[in-house]
Design a protein around this ligand. Structure first.
Ligand code: NAD
Length: 259
């Protein structure tokens, strides 16, 4: 790792001392924490939206257009997520749990890499679901995604529910689709109760996810943002660290251990 400059060292020690003193540390992650695992984000410098038409991620298009579903299943089948491993960002977040009072890890990510990094699964709140399961949008029956991808591989371009013929979709939230109300309520509660809220690798533009740092800040939490780029909530932040989460978060874990 490169030598950290003095300003960065100072910022890390400041955040570490806030984290150590906090009774409810909430970590909030977006697609940026997984880019170093080889999974592209949407809006970052190498994001998916530089390459594909964002309209395929709209729920209403998925429902009405079989061509969108065919492309979505191909994308799922070929996704980098299946072979991705946790990177130093995920491992550092799992480490934070041993070093301070982490009460929740709220993630916008669907890749399960916080689980793979062995963060406490009871603390992980997957606001946008995950890719491991597929559900029927009609009868709500569920299958492991792997079984449905086997059907795609065998030639079913738009696999349908074997019980009722309904449309199948991974148990993830597309744009315009409602979030699971229980998960959303748990995220809002954790954000309200936070006294230190660390948002890492999220563009903080997708709502209601981006309301969480807002709720935390308005409820009195210190807000720390780690991102390569500016976000719309930067002006609310008590401290912003501009950098790659794969470098910053392990350095923060080290600062927590040593100071
Ligand atoms: P986003 O694509 O809108 O933004 C990613 C942000 O992370 C950007 O601001 C970018 O500058 C920053 N970033 C990228 N790499 C970084 C790094 N190494 N270190 C620090 N910052 C970095 O992502 P979002 O805000 O999470 O919203 C997009 C939605 O798309 C998410 O809600 C999620 O559901 C979904 N998504 C998930 C995955 C995944 O599960 N890994 C991947 C792509 C999209």
């Amino acid at each position: 790792m490169n030598e950290l400059n003095d300003d960065l060292q100072q910022a890390l020690h400041q955040v570490a001392s806030w984290m150590r003193d906090a009774t409810n540390v909430v970590i909030f992650t977006g697609a940026g924490v997984s880019t170093e695992s080889g999974i592209p984000d949407f809006r970052g410098p190498q994001g998916i939206w530089k390459k594909v038409d964002a309209s395929i991620f709209e729920f209403k298009n998925y429902i009405r257009d079989p061509e969108v579903r065919k492309r979505a299943w191909q994308m799922r089948r070929d996704a980098e997520m299946w072979k991705a491993k946790p990177n130093p960002s995920h491992l550092a977040i799992a480490e934070f749990e041993k070093l301070c009072n982490v009460t929740a890890i709220i993630t916008q990510n669907i890749d399960r890499l916080h689980h793979a990094a062995e963060s406490d699964p009871t603390k992980i709140l997957e606001l946008h679901g995950n890719i491991l399961e597929v559900g029927c949008l009609e009868c709500k029956r569920r299958w492991p995604t792997i079984e449905i991808l086997d059907r795609v591989e065998a030639g079913e371009e738009d696999p349908r529910c074997t019980e009722c013929g309904g449309i199948l979709k991974t148990a993830t939230i597309s744009f315009g689709q409602s979030l699971d109300p229980e998960v959303l309520a748990a995220c809002e509660k954790a954000s309200r109760e936070a006294d230190l809220f660390l948002a890492a690798g999220s563009s903080l533009v997708v709502v209601p996810a981006a309301h969480m740092p807002l709720i935390a800040s308005q409820s009195g939490a210190r807000l720390v943002i780690v991102n390569l780029e500016p976000t719309p909530l930067d002006e609310l932040a008590d401290l912003i660290i501009r950098g790659a989460t794969g470098q910053i978060l392990p350095s923060l874990a080290k600062a927590l251990m040593t100071s």
